[in-house]
Design a protein around this ligand. Structure first.
Ligand code: SF4
Length: 363
C-alpha cells in the first residue's frame, strides 16, 4: 500500500491525445520556418555564436563545456555567447589535457569572469546574474579529468557505438542523480546530445527533450501535463508574494523533469516526432512568444503579478500598444494557463498562476 502511494506521488500524468495535437501544430509551424510563421527569422544560440573554423573535436569540446552554463536560472542564450567568446580568447581552456596541466579552477573562473564583463553583462549588484561561476569553474577541472580518463578527452567517445539515449546516459550515470560529470544530469546531457547530433558529430537516435522551464511551461500551459503528485500548492516562505501562495506549483527536483523527459522520448518515438524539431521549436515558442505575454511578466523582483480576474474585466489594465504574442501563436487554442518565468528563476518553482486571459480583439 505504502509503495503504491509512493509510486502515485511520483507519477506524472500526460494527455497524449492533446500532446499529439499540440506537437503536430508546432511541427507544421517549424517546417515552414524558412518562409514564414512564428519561427521565421529566429536563430538558436547554438547556431548563432559558434565559430566556423573549429574542428569536429574542438566543436564537441566547446559544447561539452558550454552546457555547464545551462544549469539553473539562466537565460539559455547567454551561456553559448559567453562560452564561444571565452573559446576565442582562451582556446587552451577547451583542451582537456592542457586544462589539467596548466589551469586551476581560479584561472577558469577569472577567464569566464573577464569574458562576462567584456560582454557587458556584468551587473555590479548581481555579478554572476544567474551563473554559478565558482561552481562551474570547479566542475570544469573535474569534468576535464573524467573526460580524459574515460573518453580520451573527446566527448564524442561517450557516444561511440551506442544507438539510443538510455545507453549513452548509462555510460555516464554513476548512481541515482549522479553522473561521471559534475553539473551534467539528464537534462544537460540531453542538451549536449542534441548539440552534437545537430552538427552530425554523433549518430542521431531518439533523445528526450531537455526539460527546462520553457518545455515545462508549454507542456503544462496546454494541459499536456495533466496532474502529478509533484504538483502541490505553493507554500508560504519569506519573500514569496501572496499572489503565488496556494497556486499549483512544482519544485523542480531532478526527478520531476526526468519523468517528463522519459515520457517525451517515448511519446515522440511512438508518434513520429523528432526531438531535433520539437526541442528547438518548443524552446523558441516559449522563449520568444510566451515571455512577451503580459500576464507572464512580473514586477518588483518577481513579487508582483497581473491579476487575471481584474485583467479580464478591465481593458485599461492592458499595456498601451500591446503587441499580443498569443494572437500569432499556433497553439493558442490549446493554451489555457499562465506560467510566468519569474518564480522559476527566483525560487526554482513552476507556478500555474491562473487562467490565460485573451487580449480583447476588436475585429
Ligand atoms: S497562447 Fe500565448 S502564452 Fe500560450 S503558448 Fe501561445 S504565446 Fe505562449
Amino acid at each position: 500500500m505504502v509503495n503504491k502511494q509512493k509510486r502515485k506521488k511520483y507519477t506524472v500524468h500526460f494527455d497524449n491525445a492533446k500532446a499529439k495535437e499540440v506537437f503536430s501544430i508546432i511541427k507544421s509551424e517549424w517546417d515552414k520556418k524558412e518562409e514564414s510563421g512564428v519561427f521565421h527569422g529566429l536563430v538558436l544560440p547554438q547556431d548563432n555564436y559558434i565559430p566556423s573554423y573549429l574542428s569536429e573535436k574542438e566543436l564537441s569540446l566547446l559544447f561539452f563545456y558550454a552546457v555547464l552554463g545551462q544549469r539553473g536560472s539562466i537565460d539559455s542564450d547567454r551561456p553559448m555567447k559567453i562560452w564561444a567568446e571565452f573559446r576565442k580568447r582562451v582556446p587552451e581552456a577547451f583542451d582537456t589535457a592542457f586544462v589539467l596541466e596548466n589551469f586551476s579552477s581560479e584561472m577558469i573562473l577569472s577567464g569566464l569572469w573577464e569574458t562576462i564583463g567584456a560582454n557587458n553583462t556584468r551587473d555590479r549588484n548581481k555579478p554572476n546574474r544567474g551563473f554559478k561561476l565558482k561552481e562551474i569553474s570547479e566542475f570544469w577541472i573535474y569534468n576535464s579529468e573524467e573526460l580524459l580518463k574515460f573518453w580520451d578527452g573527446d566527448p564524442r567517445n561517450i557516444f561511440s557505438g551506442v544507438n539510443n539515449f538510455k545507453d549513452a546516459f548509462k555510460r555516464i550515470e554513476r548512481k541515482a542523480g549522479k553522473t561521471a560529470f559534475k553539473g551534467i544530469g539528464m537534462k544537460v546531457f540531453a542538451l549536449l546530445t542534441i548539440y552534437l547530433q545537430e552538427r552530425n558529430l554523433i549518430s542521431i537516435f531518439p533523445t528526450p527533450l531537455p526539460v527546462d522551464f520553457h518545455t515545462l511551461r508549454i507542456l503544462w500551459a496546454t494541459g499536456i501535463i495533466k496532474r502529478s503528485g509533484w504538483i502541490r500548492p505553493c507554500s508560504i516562505t519569506k519573500n514569496r508574494p501572496e499572489q503565488i501562495i496556494g497556486k499549483p506549483a512544482v519544485n523542480i527536483y531532478y526527478e520531476f523533469p526526468n519523468r517528463v523527459a522519459y515520457w517525451s522520448t517515448r511519446f515522440m518515438r511512438e508518434n513520429g516526432f523528432s526531438h531535433l524539431d520539437m526541442n528547438p521549436a518548443i524552446w523558441l515558442l516559449s522563449r520568444s512568444l510566451c515571455s512577451k505575454n503580459f500576464q507572464n511578466t512580473s514586477r518588483k523582483e518577481a513579487t508582483q503579478y497581473i491579476d487575471a480576474y481584474k485583467l479580464a474585466n478591465d481593458f485599461s489594465l492592458w499595456p498601451r500598444d500591446y503587441k499580443d504574442p498569443c494572437r500569432i501563436c499556433p497553439i493558442e487554442r490549446h493554451c489555457k494557463w499562465i506560467i510566468p518565468s519569474a518564480p522559476y528563476w527566483k525560487w526554482g518553482l513552476l507556478v500555474k498562476l491562473g487562467r490565460r486571459v485573451s487580449f480583447p480583439r476588436l475585429l
